[in-house]
Design a protein around this ligand. Sequence first.
Ligand code: BDR
Ligand code: CA
Length: 314
Amino acid sequence: MKAARRLIIDTDPGQDDAVALLAALASPEELDILAITSVAGNVPLELTTKNCLALVELARRPEVPVYRGSIRPMVKKLVTAEYVHGPTGLDGSGLDDPELQAADGHAVDRMIDILMGAGDGEITVCTLGPLTNVGMAIAREPRVVPKIGELVMMGGGFFEGGNTTPAAEFNMFVDPHAAHIVFSSGVPIVMMPLDVTHKAFTDADRLRQFADLGTRAGASVAGMLDFYDRYDMEKFGAQGAPLHDPTVIAYLLAQELFSGKHVHVAIETSSPLTEGMTVVDWWGVTGMEPNALVMREIDADGFFDLLVERIGRL
Ligand code: BDR
Ligand code: CA
């Protein structure tokens, strides 16, 4: 059997982050989660940290440490998304306040320690929120870069445009300066943009499959996604909502569900009109070296089957 991937998950739960975390926590044979690091994003940091702890508890994995991370983006003021996720970030989940406490130390320090203690390419970093913590870690200790074998992120969009401004996806819009540091660092990136996640919508049948698991985790996922859907249903006139962040964990478990292209991606940091835009050189017109595997296609049925099966293990 292949050794489990050694992993840091950086996240801002958020209902879609929650499903991603639960799927990862349900997969210890493949994923050795060294740390979950919280970041401000969908809701402020105290809530994203609390939500991480509640999810670790729900998955009955109290040994997985949660570290509190950056309270605000590197340069900009924090922008949050309660209009999507509700005031708690996990509205609809039915989860109580967790008893677990965050581990001592700052997420950026812990990230640097884990990476510096590892061999080259040994650690996978997953980002499900703004890139503030990873950008800070690279800025403070550039020697972490070769330690990261793969950085798998949900963020950006190109053919689909943005979801927060016409040009920018939420995670990139919140901290474009951190995103710029990450994309220009040399870290091998796998990017799950809106072009992929807008092909993976929930619907009533898919929600029912979670509810039908008959478990606490299944009921919580069905409840939170039911709440999360309402904003995008109105926006897209669809039966559900794109399930963004779990694509990252699905890639780690079943890469064959996705296809894309190695291309160069740059981040706009200065234009007020397009800040946070991921400028993807899909047709190779710049001659710049590819810095990311940008995904464009997903097997949506396979993706939801995988999630139901993994959440069913909890
Ligand atoms: C991203 O923004 C957040 O609202 C979601 O959790 C996801 O990470 C989608 O644009
Ligand atoms: Ca997120």
